[in-house]
Ligand binder design. Structure first.
Ligand SMILES: [Zn+2]
Length: 642
């Protein structure tokens, strides 16, 4: 705890604006937010910065594909990222974008200064280039002739380029890392980088590109743009108003950063390039860097091509903001990978949020209302069981503080739930409903309820950085303003004689089967929408490209695990086709058999639920009524529709 307002500067890595971030990316914002909120509670003057990394070849290419300008492209995605960060309650003080003018201007100056003082020099780069990673590799660095970082194809290229003299600073960097054992966590990753990258000898880093234009131009040689990492890393100081002429009030106050929170894949850049840039600029180095692990889907990495991407806004829609924060924070162990599945989300929601925490608060507040019209008074009729509860509250608070300090948020949450469970047990042990029936036990009953309400208050304080809205909701129900971290070091700060509010459930229980169905349905809608998008690609001009033929439905069977799809066998006269179609809500199997329908026969095959669907049936309508387009009379199977 600090007496006068000490500063604490905390950052996330800035998010790359190539696509909408999934829950794994969003985790970083939630985690950093929890630490920032905790530090504010400790009394620090916190500056929390996050933002977006918006330059590079990959973005230029994506924008070209989307037929919009790169700026429009990044405006869209940056807007989306910011709204997701806001949705999950990220309490940042500044959201920086690397296309912000002040950032671009300062990066130009940084590049120029390093060039003028001889830390950046001009040379040639020849080697294997990976476009998505925007990195050059030597022949020996390639893995099976592919990019060692992402496994994609590389192209051979030679370009004139600028280089940053990493080698010059190697010994100073190593010395700094050795003298500051807390500089990088976790220890294992730090060692890996020291042994694999620093000790074998740092190669000078290519810091400009001339093969594309979407970047910050080199001030004195504008056919080159600044390497995206030099641009991106600078955000940590440009966002504080750092320039050369005037370092800015925030820079002088908040730099060096107290903590950079980053993903484990970008530790190398933060542990090597960033400190060396700062050394070259003559500025102090950040105090701590923490590299967190991945959020996996089950056991797999989340990726669009695997179709297992989960977005934070979907989770919020399904479960709410605080449950999403709780789940992602408590599923990620310190510096290791965590895992998300809908099944485990629902099960933990029901057991830990609705049952364990929700019931404790709800039961207790309801009993206060039922037995004493809401008035909570400490009558001090103490028994041994109270001492146990109070002792555990004390230990929980101590452990919680220690874990939060060590960035072990998952373990801090575990400490809170120990106390929640113990409190539920305290209710079973003291049996307030029995005390209530005995006129002589009213003071004891008062004491028991006071102890419970005070413990709930302590829990609400500890929950504040994790689930801010739930914490507030609890404070409202128990009608207390004692919210400081200091206030939970002593048991008994809840003001005796306070009247609690009406009890209202914190979390409604979820029906697992229904919820999973809802999730399944939203996925099917997505598939159907994608199919529709594909058909939209055919314009009127291209109508004659579309081959339409008459076919007869021979067989229809439900596709397992969905409530929409049939697998149909269609006779086209000369051949039979399998087509998967979302007709279950509109036709029974019997109704479909023998119908003569119109089939798009030259549609690109698609895999739906593991079945190769080869063609599409024409139908009309949407919503509740969908009807197949059918053909009357004796038309030959396979006949062309014109
Ligand atoms: Zn790559």
């Amino acid at each position: 705890m600090c007496d006068k307002k000490e500063k604490y500067y905390i950052t996330t890595a800035i998010a790359y604006t190539s696509k909408k971030p999934h829950i794994g990316n969003t985790y970083e914002a939630i985690f950093t937010d929890a630490i920032a909120r905790y530090k504010r509670m400790q009394g620090y003057d916190v500056f929390f910065m996050t933002g977006t990394d918006e330059h590079g070849q990959k973005i230029q290419e994506l924008a070209e594909k989307a037929k919009i300008s790169p700026k429009q492209y990044v405006d869209n995605i940056a807007g989306e990222i910011k709204s997701i960060w806001d949705l999950v309650g990220t309490s940042y003080d500044k959201f920086i974008r690397t296309t912000d003018n002040y950032h671009e201007e300062t990066v130009k100056k940084i590049f120029k200064k390093l060039y003028e003082q001889g830390d950046i020099y001009k040379g040639f780069y020849e080697g294997w280039y990976c476009t998505p990673c925007e990195s050059f590799f030597t022949e020996t660095q390639l893995v099976d002739n592919k990019c060692p970082d992402c496994g994609r194809d590389v192209i051979y290229s030679k370009e004139e380029a600028y280089f940053l003299k990493l080698s010059k600073y190697q010994d100073r960097l190593l010395k700094y890392i050795e003298e500051n054992p807390d500089f990088v966590r976790p220890e294992s990753r730090k060692k890996e980088i020291i042994n694999n990258f620093i000790k074998p000898g740092l190669q000078d880093l290519c810091v400009s590109r001339s093969s594309f234009t979407w970047g910050i131009p080199v001030d004195f040689d504008p056919k080159h743009v600044t390497y995206v990492w030099i641009d991106a890393l600078s955000n940590y100081i440009t966002g504080l108003g750092y320039t050369f002429d005037n370092k800015g009030k925030n820079y002088l106050k908040y730099w060096p950063a107290d903590l950079h929170v980053i993903g484990k894949d970008i530790l190398r850049f933060h542990m090597i390039y960033w400190p060396i840039m700062l050394m070259a600029l003559g500025e102090p180095l950040p105090k701590h860097i923490y590299a967190h692990g991945w959020m996996l889907f089950g056991q797999d990495k989340m990726s669009k091509s695997r179709g297992n991407v989960i977005y934070a806004d979907d989770l919020v829609k399904l479960f709410g903001v605080d449950a999403t924060r709780f789940y992602s924070l408590s599923e990620m162990p310190f510096a290791q990978d965590g895992s998300i599945t809908y099944e485990s989300f629902i099960s933990r929601y029901n057991s830990e949020l609705a049952n364990t925490l929700g019931n404790l608060v709800n039961r207790t507040v309801a009993m206060c209302n039922k037995y004493f019209e809401g008035i909570v008074i400490n009558k001090n009729i103490v028994q041994d069981v109270d001492k146990q509860l109070i002792a555990l509250a004390k230990t929980s608070v101590e452990n919680y503080n220690k874990k939060m300090e060590e960035l072990k948020v998952q373990e801090a949450i575990h400490e809170i739930w120990e106390l929640v469970r113990r409190s539920n047990k305290y209710i079973d042990e003291t049996m307030p409903w029995v005390l209530a029936k005995d006129e002589t036990k009213q003071d004891r009953l008062n004491t028991v309820l006071y102890n419970l309400i005070e413990t709930i208050r302590i829990i609400a304080v500890m929950l504040a950085p994790i689930m801010p809205a739930t914490s507030e909701n609890i404070f409202k129900q128990i009608n207390s303003d004692e919210k400081t971290l200091d206030s939970i070091n002593t048991f008994g700060k809840y003001a005796s004689n306070t009247k609690v509010q009406k009890a209202s459930p914190l979390f409604e229980r979820i029906d697992e089967v229904k919820k999973l169905e809802e999730i399944e349905k939203s996925k099917e809608v997505e598939t159907v929408e994608k199919e529709q998008e594909k058909t939209n690609l055919i314009s009127i001009d291209e109508l004659d490209k579309v081959k339409l033929n008459v076919g007869k439905i021979l067989e229809a069977r439900r596709v397992e695990g969905t409530n929409k799809l049939y697998c149909l066998t269609i006779d086209l006269g000369t051949e039979k086709r399998t087509i998967v179609s979302g007709l279950v809500p509109y036709y029974t199997e019997e109704e479909l058999i023998n119908k003569k329908v119109i089939v798009v026969t030259n549609l690109k095959p698609a895999k739906l639920r593991g079945i190769d669907s080869n063609g599409m049936l024409l139908a009309a309508g949407d919503g509740d009524i969908v009807k197949l387009i059918t053909v009357d009379g004796d038309v030959e199977l396979g006949a062309k529709v014109h």
